[in-house]
Ligand binder design. Structure first.
Ligand code: AMP
Length: 130
């Protein structure tokens, strides 16, 4: 049997789990502003923006919890996320952007479906963190 991760949620042991909040936005179960969608990634506007552009780029697959796992498991998908971030920056922030991945609760991660924060038009004073 072939496995397609698509929008189906499974943990690393292959057990089914509830879809993440991001997947639920993608499927339309809960509202959200989808800014971009490709075959493997999508982007939404963050509900609590920390800059004029604050988007989240998310793989459709829930296979990876954080960027460490993603980079080891599917570097091409990570490159797709960076390309999507650049596309958002081109569309909304003059092509320049900050990319942030929180990795683990102690680093501020709250949603364990890997996602990149894309920030643009950042105030000069806000050089560290958000
Ligand atoms: P992190 O803390 O890195 O896991 O990031 C999770 C991000 O998801 C936070 O910046 C939240 O503001 C954002 N977020 C949570 N719920 C929603 C939602 N329903 N729509 C858009 N963004 C959300």
């Amino acid at each position: 049997m072939s496995h397609s991760f698509g929008v189906v949620a499974a943990d690393r042991l292959g057990r089914m789990s509830d879809p993440s909040i991001f997947t639920r936005i993608l499927t339309g179960e809960i509202p959200g502003e989808i800014l971009l969608e490709t075959d493997r990634v999508f982007a939404i506007r963050d509900i609590n923006p920390q800059a004029p552009l604050h988007a989240l780029v998310i793989p459709k697959s829930e296979q990876y919890r954080d960027v460490t796992e993603l980079a080891a498991g599917d570097p091409e998908l990570l490159a797709d996320m960076v390309a999507a971030a650049k596309e958002l920056a081109d569309a909304y922030a003059g092509g320049e952007y900050r990319l942030i991945f929180n990795n683990g609760a102690r680093a501020g991660q709250t949603v364990f479906h890997v996602h990149a924060h894309v920030l643009g038009d950042i105030e000069e004073s806000k050089l560290v963190g958000f």
